[in-house]
Structures are given as structure tokens and as C-alpha cells.
Design a protein around this ligand. Structure first.
Ligand code: HEC
Ligand code: HEC
Length: 397
């Protein structure tokens, strides 16, 4: 089983590199969400096993990727491989799954993202666990929500989330609008209900007006419109101009020699077979522990990942290959949030996903490369929120 996975993954990487224009380039996540959501680990394996290829090919490929078709030496061919397998952060999309992103929706979504009255306690906002100032995450192992409860998982960044094929560690929400309905209702997060949210917002005349402008068809505030506005705002939370992106676009000075070596190792060791697409992940699902299951502290037994979504035995302990953009800002790592050092996370990936001992030197270089994925952080003006009225439901504990 372990061996089979390994071959499948390597084959996938080779196929992807050779294909040149790979499936998971920018923007794909938005349109292909439904398909990717349906993918199970088994599907992935099946799809990849048929492709011939082996570890050695991956290494040969990355040592001089596409050398025959390339001019300009190894750096340029590495650049071209990186460009086709990952790409650079594009402009924000103007629609998601057919829902237009309008300035009115973005503006309303910005207010809702910082709106504590979406929570039952009137204390917790989206920004509590996805702080715009700290990489769109909260930098604690498991987020603290309603009544100081801790949820079971680490909060992933909302930055560039629009480019993921599906949302959550297990991909259980197809897109950002579907996702946004989750935390508002989750008892360990904001612990509200769609009815309470609609009642609360409808009691505030400024919101009634803003919703009318953003959703003229709706005839009153709806919970769906709340999620669509949040999604619209989230599409603006993209982080272009990372050092890696500038390097891909031809600026040799954007990455140091060590960082470029790290990128090369990222290919050679096989990381790119799972972490690809514009977000370096966020596209498909794999067992955490393809070759060696990490200890229960890092992979708690109670959280079976995608198995809860698909109820398929092969999806036990299967999780989405994490997006790695801005990973330097989003410690601690893994769905359990138990690893604080990026180097250590890289080394764990070596043993658990690739059956390979990654040396300290290699881990340092790969981590150095991963730090080049930190992009220009979104500058968001903190919104002034309209006051409650006597009709606004009071906060509850
Ligand atoms: C109490 C903390 C908390 C709050 C409040 C919260 N989230 Fe989250 N968020 C999380 C956690 C934890 C996850 C991962 C859960 C999982 O995968 O099962 C998550 C996942 C997400 C994701 C998926 C990202 C990805 O890459 O898969 C998005 C998008 C998101 N949240 C947006 C929001 C929005 C919008 C709000 C406000 C309506 C919000 N969150 C409120 C903790 C929180
Ligand atoms: C077989 C597929 C696979 C391979 C190969 C792989 N990863 Fe992962 N990676 C994953 C999955 C799945 C997760 C999510 C694990 C979890 O549930 O927390 C992950 C998580 C991570 C994380 C944690 C990100 C975060 O925000 O918590 C880092 C860092 C990472 N991988 C880097 C690497 C590096 C570097 C390599 C190569 C040495 C690599 N990965 C190889 C599938 C893979």
C-alpha cells in the first residue's frame, strides 16, 4: 500500500512536470471546485498509478527540467517548470461559481468579516481566527471560539483561499460562500443561527440599506447573501508579488541561491507531487502518513479527516495537501497545529509522505524557499460598524 502510493505520487509529479501546462494552474480552483470536491484519495491514486514514472525520473526532471526544449540553462528551465506547475498569484477573480464580485459586495463583506454581532456572544469575528494582520490565521494550535471553547483543528489562512479547489482541511465546503455559513453556526466558533444573524442585521437600518445595494434582487437580508458578501470580500485577500513570483517572472535577484536550491529540492524530494497549483496545495487530498503515520500528538486518532466527508475507508486520515502560500506566517503547522518550526514540518513531511529522511541542511533550504512564498499582505481598512438598535437581539453567553 505504502509503496503503491509512493509510485503513484512520483508518477503524478513526472506527468505534471512533463505536461507543461498542468491542470492546477491559477484560477482553476474556482471553476473546478465541484470536481475536486468529489475526488477521493482513492480516485487520486487510481488516476496517478497508471502513469509510468519513478523517483529517478523526478530527480532527473528537476535537475534539468525540460532541458532539451529549453534555452538559457538550468535556472531558466527550473523557472519554466515552476511557472507551469505553480504560477504566480493572479488578479482576484471577478466572480466565483457564477456569483459576481461587485464593489458593493466586497465593501459589505469587509464589514461582516469584522462584525462581532455575527456571533451569539457579539465578541467573535471572522478576524478573531483569521486575523488579517497575522497572515489570515490565528497562530494558535486550535482556534478559540464561543465560550473559550477550542475547536479540533488549526485555522488555515483565508489569504488566497479563493484559489483552493475546495475549503477546509477535509475539503467539505465546495467554495467560500458555502464555507462562510459554517463558522457562523458552529457551536465552538460563533454559535449563531442563520435566523439570528438575519434578525440581528435586519434590526440595523444601515445594514438593510447596504444589503439592498449589494443584492438588489433579494428583497430583504438573507443568510445566503451574508455568505456571498463574505466570499466577495475574501476574494480580495490575495497576496501577489512574493519573492518566488517575482523570480518566476524573471527577476533573478528576487531569490537567493539557497532559496533556489530549496525550490529544486522541493521538486527532487517529491513535495511538488502533492503541493502544486498556484497555492502550492489546496487542490487534492492525501493520507497524512502515506508511508509512515505521524504520532498521535501530530495526527490525533479522533480526527479522521476526509473520511467524515466521504465515509470511504480509504479516506481515513486523508487531508487536503495544505496550501503553502504565506506558510512562514501561519505557524503552528498541520491540522492539529502541533508543530511550530517550519523546518520540522518539512522533515515530518519527508518521513510521513515520502519515506525519506530529510537532512537538517535540506530542511533548512526547503524552508528558506517556502519563506519566499510570503506575498504582499492585503491592507484592509478597519470598518466603522453601524450601531445596534433597540430591536437588535442582545448578546448571549
Ligand atoms: C473560532 C475560530 C474561527 C472563526 C470565528 C472563524 N473561523 Fe474560519 N476556520 C477556523 C478553523 C479552525 C478552520 C478549519 C476547520 C476545518 O478544516 O475543519 C477554518 C476554515 C476557514 C476557511 C477555509 C480555508 C481553507 O483553506 O480551507 C475559510 C475560508 C474560513 N475559515 C473563513 C471564515 C469566515 C469568513 C469566518 C467568519 C464568518 C470564519 N472563518 C470564522 C476557525 C474559525
Ligand atoms: C503525499 C502528498 C504529500 C507530499 C509528498 C508532501 N506533502 Fe506536505 N502536506 C500534505 C498533506 C495531506 C498535508 C496536510 C497534513 C495535515 O493533515 O495536517 C501537508 C501539510 C504540509 C505542511 C503544513 C502546512 C500548514 O499550513 O500546516 C507543510 C509545511 C508541508 N506539507 C510541506 C511539504 C514539503 C516541504 C514536502 C516535501 C518534503 C511535502 N509537504 C510533501 C501532503 C503532502
Amino acid at each position: 500500500m505504502g509503496k503503491q502510493w509512493r509510485i503513484a505520487l512520483m508518477a503524478g509529479a513526472v506527468a505534471a512536470v512533463l505536461a507543461g501546462g498542468v491542470a492546477c494552474t491559477q484560477g482553476d480552483g474556482v471553476d473546478d471546485s465541484a470536481r475536486a470536491q468529489g475526488d477521493t484519495a482513492a480516485d487520486n491514486a487510481a488516476a496517478q498509478v497508471d502513469t509510468t514514472g519513478a523517483n529517478a525520473d523526478v530527480q532527473g526532471e528537476s535537475a534539468a527540467p525540460g532541458a532539451s526544449a529549453e534555452e538559457g540553462g538550468p535556472v531558466n528551465s527550473l523557472r519554466q517548470t515552476a511557472s507551469s506547475l505553480f504560477g504566480v498569484i493572479p488578479d482576484p477573480p471577478t466572480e466565483v461559481s457564477g456569483r459576481p464580485v461587485t464593489p458593493e459586495r466586497v465593501e459589505l463583506g469587509r464589514m461582516l468579516f469584522f462584525e462581532p454581532r455575527l456571533s451569539r456572544s457579539h465578541v467573535i469575528t471572522c478576524n478573531t481566527c483569521h486575523s488579517i494582520g497575522t497572515g489570515g490565521a490565528d497562530n494558535v494550535p486550535a482556534s478559540v471560539g464561543h465560550g473559550w471553547q477550542r475547536g479540533p483543528r488549526n485555522s488555515p489562512t483565508v489569504f488566497n483561499a479563493v484559489f483552493n479547489a475546495a475549503q477546509f482541511w477535509d475539503g467539505r465546503a465546495a467554495d467560500l460562500a458555502e464555507q462562510a455559513g459554517g463558522p457562523v453556526q458552529a457551536s465552538v466558533e460563533m454559535n449563531s443561527t442563520p435566523e439570528l444573524v438575519v434578525e440581528t442585521l435586519s434590526s440595523i437600518p444601515q445594514y438593510v440599506e447596504l444589503f439592498r445595494e449589494a443584492f438588489p434582487e433579494s428583497g430583504g437580508i438573507t443568510f445566503d447573501d451574508v455568505t456571498v458578501a463574505l466570499e466577495a470580500f475574501e476574494t480580495t485577500l490575495v497576496t501577489p508579488d512574493a519573492a518566488f513570483d517575482r523570480w518566476v517572472e524573471g527577476d533573478d535577484s528576487a531569490m537567493t541561491a539557497t532559496e533556489v536550491e530549496g525550490l529544486q529540492l522541493f521538486f527532487e524530494t517529491g513535495c511538488a507531487s502533492c503541493h502544486n497549483g498556484v497555492n502550492f496545495g489546496g487542490q487534492t487530498y492525501f493520507p497524512f502518513g502515506v508511508l509512515e503515520r505521524p504520532g498521535a500528538e501530530i495526527l490525533p486518532e479522533g480526527d479522521k479527516g476526509r473520511f467524515e466527508v466521504t465515509a470511504t475507508a480509504t479516506d481515513e486520515y486523508v487531508f487536503r495537501a495544505s496550501p503553502l502560500r504565506n506558510v512562514a506566517l501561519t505557524a503552528p503547522y498541520f491540522h492539529s497545529g502541533q508543530v511550530w518550526s517550519l523546518e520540522e514540518a518539512v522533515a515530518i513531511m519527508g518521513t510521513s509522505q515520502l519515506g525519506r529522511e530529510i537532512s537538517d541542511d535540506e530542511a533548512g533550504k526547503i524552508a528558506a524557499f517556502l519563506r519566499t512564498l510570503t506575498g504582499r499582505q492585503p491592507e484592509v481598512v478597519y470598518p466603522i460598524l453601524p450601531p445596534s438598535t433597540t430591536d437588535t437581539p442582545a448578546p448571549e453567553r
